[in-house]
Design a protein around this ligand. Structure first.
Ligand code: NAD
Ligand code: LMR
Length: 340
């Protein structure tokens, strides 16, 4: 029997990430090669013409899995009956700006869109059936926007609302792969702890590489501890800024690809023995206070994510995990002060 289509909302669809991600979704990169989709594309009035151009191109691409496109500037029409929401809409950071600079503009958008999503998304988005209906926030400050969305959409279960740190996770895999000259698909189980910002902590203490003589810890293969404890961390933390400096625009193709990875693994499951990083509502794991959206290592099964438990945390990691949590506490209070 043919599968019924899933309605996927992409906000900010006329923007850079929007333009990169919609063909990926329509080709099955996000939900699999057998899953038909209907795209709900939202942007704001000044971008309406460009948004219509994106719709025209989607039609022209004749994607077999794409069963319909709604392109609109009306948040209610956009959110109507959606099963999956990818929230990209917002203002990006420009060269020289800190993420906090985009805070006040973007958190207000997330407060407003929380109520549209809460009132109009499909029932399964609200009650977590059958797919745990994912909501993924990409726009920065991603963790805090996700928190605001969660707090202003109380009927959407907290477990359904996440933010993107998979891009940072993939960046960490990429750096290890480059440094060891191994295939990126042979590296796994890095962790991004905390905020999608320059305080994030990319941790390789549990990461491994598949070699011809079995799985080996990254710490054993990379002899230069100094590189792992300093340059590797800052390269991953600063990669977004480096891309903005190089492109004069923030990352888009890698962000879109990471967003597809995030939703695919959440919905279809993580491979056995592998975890990924996702910004999720903290339940107090690893001493991170509840009430923050914090990036943890997670495994996913049957549309549900669970935080990987029991990893040993050394003093170096503890300090870095706490520093990024502290920034999230500060961002949360700044966000509320912007909303008041
Ligand atoms: P962009 O400016 O190219 O596109 C953003 C789009 O959002 C624009 O078309 C804009 O009109 C639209 N928009 C603004 N307000 C809106 C609203 N209220 N409702 C719907 N749409 C709205 O930006 P981009 O490069 O696509 O980046 C989008 C966001 O993603 C930025 O905040 C950026 O910082 C962030 N980002 C996050 C990550 C991550 O890993 N979490 C990575 C890259 C970029
Ligand atoms: C990225 O990580 O590439 C983006 O979040 C860049 C940014 O900070 O806007």
């Amino acid at each position: 029997m043919a599968r019924s289509s899933l309605k996927v909302l992409v906000t900010g669809a006329a923007g850079q990430i929007g333009y990169a991600i919609v063909p990926m979704i329509a080709r099955g990169v996000m939900l699999g090669p057998d899953q038909p989709v209907i795209l709900h594309l939202l942007d704001i009035e000044p971008a309406a013409e460009a948004l219509n151009g994106v719709k025209m191109e989607l039609i022209d691409a004749a994607f077999p899995l794409l069963k319909g496109v709604i392109a609109t500037t009306d948040p209610i029409e956009a959110c109507m009956g959606v099963n999956i929401a990818v929230m990209v809409g917002g203002f990006p950071r420009k060269e020289g700006m800190e993420r906090k600079d985009v805070m006040s503009k973007n958190v207000s958008i997330y407060k407003a869109q929380a109520s549209a999503l809460e009132k109009h998304a499909a029932e399964d988005c609200k009650v977590g059936k059958p797919l745990n209906s994912p909501v993924l926030v990409i726009a920065n400050p991603a963790n805090t926007n996700a928190l605001i969305l969660k707090e202003f959409a109380p009927s959407i279960p907290g477990k359904n609302i996440t933010c993107l740190t998979r891009l940072d996770h993939n960046r960490a895999l990429g750096q290890i792969s480059e440094s060891l000259d191994v295939q990126v698909c042979d590296v796994k189980n890095v962790i991004i702890w905390g905020n999608h910002s320059s305080t994030q902590y990319p941790d390789v203490n549990h990461a491994t590489v598949q070699t011809s003589s079995g799985e080996k810890p990254v710490r054993e293969l990379v002899s230069d501890d100094k590189w792992l404890n300093a340059e590797f961390i800052t390269t991953v933390q600063q990669r977004g800024a480096a891309i903005i400096k190089a492109r004069k625009l923030s990352s888009a193709l890698s962000a879109a690809s990471a967003a597809c990875d995030h939703i695919r693994d959440w919905v279809l499951g993580t491979p056995e023995g592998t975890w990924v990083s996702m910004g999720v509502y903290s339940d107090g794991s690893y001493g991170i206070q509840p009430g923050l959206v914090y990036s943890f290592p997670v495994t996913c099964k049957k549309g549900k994510w669970s935080i990987v438990q029991g990893l040993k945390i050394d003093e170096f990691s503890r300090a870095k995990m706490d520093a990024t949590a502290k920034e999230l506490v500060e961002e949360k209070s700044l966000a509320y002060s912007c909303l008041n």
